[in-house]
Each structure stands twice: as C-alpha cells, then as structure tokens.
Design a binder for this molecule. Structure first.
Ligand SMILES: [Mg+2]
Length: 269
C-alpha cells in the first residue's frame, strides 16, 4: 500500500514537472496574439518595407542580374473604411510606387462585395495614373476571397494581362481587417496564389485588428510580409520615410544609414 502511494506521488511529481516544462511560457516572451497585435514604430515599419518589399532583402548583391517584379495592388474598399481614408491609402500606394524599383510593373484590383480588376500590369507611371482615375471607393461588404480569385484567374493565369514571363509575382494587400463574405474560402484562395509562386504582402491598418489572425494566414510570412500601421495617415508618413530608389543603394552614406538604425533592433524582439 505504502509503495503504491509512493509510486503515485512520484508519478504525480513527474507529471507536474513535464507539464510545467511544456506549458510555462518563457520569461519576457510576449504571447503570439499580443506580439502580432503590437504596432511597431513608424521608422521600424518603414525600414521593414524598404528592406523586404522594395529591396527584397539583398542589398549587397544588386549587381547580379536584379530580378523584375510584377505586383498586384489589392485594395480594400469596404464599408469599414471611411472614404477619405480610402483615398489616403491610394495616395500612400502611389508614393510607395515612386519609392520602389522603376522597373517594377503593377496591376490593380479593388474589392468590396465583389472584386474588379481596375487595370492590368503596366509600368509605374500608367499605374499611378490609373490608381487616381480607375480605383473608386465602393463601401459594401468585404469579399477578400473574390479579390484573390480574380487575382489568380484574371491576372496571373491570364495571357492577356501583360504579365512579363520572367517577372517574379507579388501581391500587396491593403486592408483594415477580416473578410465577412465566404470567410471559409479566404485562406484557401491565398494558398492557391502561394502555390503558383506568388509572394503575398499585407498591410494591416488599425491600432487593434480583431481579424489579425486571418491576415497572418494570408501574408507569406509575419516577419517579412506583414506590416502593421496605426492608421492610413501613419502609413502615409511611413512611405515618406522610405528613401528614394536612386539613393537607396548608397548605404555607405552615414546620413542614410543612421536614419533608422537606432530603433531597428526591436523588430524581432
Ligand atoms: Mg471591411
């Protein structure tokens, strides 16, 4: 009897140790949800966009045949966004196009209840013009899966969309949160794009985003492809912080390197 009691005690202690070892979070480590919800400082996000969306994470190898990119700009025009914030978002995208590699081509999709292709792949000047003239606010529900579907069928898999055969394929999604039409299809449609070799970047607007988990699933990664901004005004400030393309490779210049560095380290903390 006594030995059985001792055995039970040892087994209980063993379980305590094992489960404690597995379940106790490490000190100082934020929970996943909290870490994703936290909006980084503007300089940090500007640096991240510059490094991963514009320079593609390899600034030291620019002489080895630089790849060209064909980017689809997917813009959320649902009723959760105020019209003047929508237009600020468009302005931010135009500024971002100005800062990026001039050899990049862009197409545009705007979506709410359903998605429409605003323009096929074209050079940056025409894309900026079309963003101003063809992308209109809609103000209905949020049908993100339809945007991804049109993106795949009407742009990336369509021979008449002016997609350059050697270009790398990308999507830049600008949204304020989760979809509310055919929700079960959203991640599946994003996955269908990813298996075509499309990289999906997402800009999530809002201080606290209830639908952040969906955006985490949509973006190709959380450290390189997901950008959080407090508001569209903040996004405008962020894209203005990014240095112009022609100066971007002159990183030996101290006034450019010192511009963000002191706060860059807390991206991965
Ligand atoms: Mg919405």
């Amino acid at each position: 009897m006594a030995t059985r009691f001792v055995h039970c005690l040892i087994f209980y202690a063993f379980c305590q140790i094992i489960t404690g070892f597995i379940w106790t979070p490490e000190k100082g480590q934020l929970k996943h949800e909290e870490r994703i919800q936290r909006v980084p400082k503007e300089r940090v996000t500007a640096r991240k966009i510059e490094q991963f969306f514009i320079q593609n994470g390899r600034r030291h190898r620019r002489n080895i045949d630089p790849p060209e990119y064909d980017v689809v700009l997917v813009v959320d025009a649902s009723n959760s966004i105020r019209p003047h914030d929508f237009h600020r978002g468009i302005k931010a995208l135009q500024t971002l196009i100005d800062k990026a590699d001039p050899n990049t081509h862009y197409a545009g999709i705007v979506y709410s209840n359903k998605a429409t292709v605003a323009f096929d792949f074209t050079d940056l000047r025409t894309a900026k013009h079309y963003l101003r003239t063809r992308v209109r606010f809609i103000g209905e529900k949020t049908n993100t899966q339809d945007a991804f579907l049109k993106c795949r069928t009407k742009l990336f898999q369509n021979k008449n969309s002016n997609l350059r055969p050697r270009a790398k394929k990308r999507v830049l999604l600008l949204t304020d949160g989760s979809s509310n039409m055919h929700i079960h299809l959203t991640l599946y449609r994003a996955f269908q794009l990813k298996i075509l070799g499309v990289e999906i970047f997402a800009i999530g607007v809002g201080n606290y985003m209830p639908g952040i988990q969906e955006l985490v699933g949509i973006a190709s990664s959380t450290d390189k492809h997901l950008y959080r901004v407090r508001s569209v005004l903040s996004l405008l400030d962020i894209v203005r912080l990014i240095p112009p393309w022609r100066y971007m490779h002159q990183h030996q210049l101290p006034w450019l390197t010192d511009r963000y560095n002191q706060e860059y380290d807390d991206i991965n903390t």
